[in-house]
Design a binder for this molecule. Structure first.
Ligand SMILES: C[S@@+](CC[C@H](N)C(=O)[O-])C[C@H]1O[C@@H](n2cnc3c(N)ncnc32)[C@H](O)[C@@H]1O
Length: 364
């Protein structure tokens, strides 16, 4: 509900806020949207590959020249590009950093923009039932792949290169880029990607076909939390799960899902789970992603566990955490190398109560 302007606000001299930090917050929102659009339209790729582009966008078939020019104008305000003369645009001082971070902006604006637009409605308790929020899951999957590409994928390559991997299941496979990489690097490996989103399944299926790997990578549309044992999963030895483990929570549900995996994948000897954990504190020197990731999940009612809460869930579900790899990108990212504990429960027994207080046990 909007309130009347406060006397304090109206007493301010407009010169105090029409420039400066508040004006910059406004313009930063536009710059984030322009960066996301420039990624999807291929403008950033063109600059990265060729070092310059035509500002009118006449070189990109079907694009409106005035729109492309305006996107570049916004990006030049953000120092991401420089407009050179009337016709040309070249990378600006912040181009390399912005290009490296493009997945975060695409995830935020194209993938999650509607959640932020709808924040006032999502704040009402009575509206938080059923499918109460909207995201573009194709964009979330593409953004996540780009986010993981900087560091997480290299870590996976290193870990997998040292293991006798024959068949992999990737939970919440998104774009299937990880499986395409794994299959591409290891000729004998077969893969299964599982995702709950029809849009992600379509994207993954197209990407696998484009990579010519349809015979070795199967994509399934399913909820990982509900998987039953099936014959084609009986010989899977390696489970991977990147940027979706938080969807297993709250605590009791997470423990149940992690336990179920022992029965659904009886031959699995490892689970490589990478996720972003709850930031220990909010500081002014905020890392990229952190506020967006935690805000969007709060709005969607998805609990983000801390590293310690993950460790409790592993211990309660028959998964021994052998190695913890912290990662810098995404900030607060962690890759857990897990192995089934001897005699791990395959029986789907009820999850124990969560030790100690905390919101992780609350249903969203
Ligand atoms: C943030 S994206 C990450 C995609 C991919 N793992 C990556 O690293 O690029 C999370 C993915 O998990 C999927 N997902 C979420 N909950 C799921 C569930 N219960 N079962 C299967 N997939 C799920 C979403 O549809 C989405 O594609």
């Amino acid at each position: 509900m909007s309130s009347p302007p406060s006397p304090l606000a109206s007493a301010l001299d407009p010169a105090d806020w029409t420039r400066g930090p508040i004006a910059d917050i406004f313009s930063s929102y536009i710059a984030a949207a322009a960066l996301s659009a420039a990624h999807e339209l291929g403008l950033l790729e063109t600059l990265a590959a060729h070092g310059d582009a035509l500002i009118g966008g006449d070189d990109i078939e079907g694009l409106d020249a005035a729109v492309v020019r305006q996107l570049y104008t916004v990006l030049s305000w953000a120092k991401i590009v420089e407009i050179s003369g009337d016709d040309a645009v070249v990378p600006g001082p912040l181009f390399d950093e912005a290009y490296a971070a493009r997945g975060y902006f695409y995830w935020l604006v194209r993938g999650c923009g509607q959640v932020f637009t709808d924040a006032p409605s999502l704040a009402h308790r009575q509206r938080r039932t059923g499918n109460f929020f909207e995201r573009d899951m194709r964009a979330v999957a593409i953004g996540s792949w780009l986010i993981g590409d900087a560091e997480v994928e290299g870590l996976f390559d290193q870990i997998i290169a040292g293991l006798p991997v024959r068949k992999v299941a990737d939970f919440g496979c998104g774009s299937a880029s990880r499986l395409i990489r794994i299959a591409g690097n290891n000729d004998a490996v077969e893969c299964v990607g599982i995702d709950i989103s029809a849009d992600a399944v379509r994207l993954a299926t197209d990407n696998v076909a484009a990579a010519g790997l349809t015979g070795r990578i199967a994509i399934r549309h399913a909820d990982v939390r509900q998987l039953e044992p099936i014959a084609s999963h009986a010989d899977i030895d390696t489970l991977t799960c990147v940027f979706m483990g938080h969807d297993f929570w709250p605590y009791g549900d997470c423990v149940r899902t992690l336990r179920r995996l022992h029965a659904a994948f009886p031959a699995a000897s490892r689970l490589l789970l990478c996720d972003v954990v709850r930031a220990p504190e909010t500081s002014r020197d905020m890392t990229i992603f952190t506020l967006g990731f935690e805000s969007v999940h709060a709005l969607m009612g998805v609990y983000i566990p801390t590293l310690a809460e993950w460790q409790q869930a592993f211990a309660a579900s028959g998964w021994e955490c052998e190695v913890v790899h912290p990662v810098t990108a995404p900030p607060n990212g962690v890759l857990f190398e897990l192995a089934p504990t001897a005699g791990a429960s395959h029986d789907g027994a009820p999850a124990p109560a969560r030790p100690g207080p905390g919101t992780g046990n609350r249903r969203p």
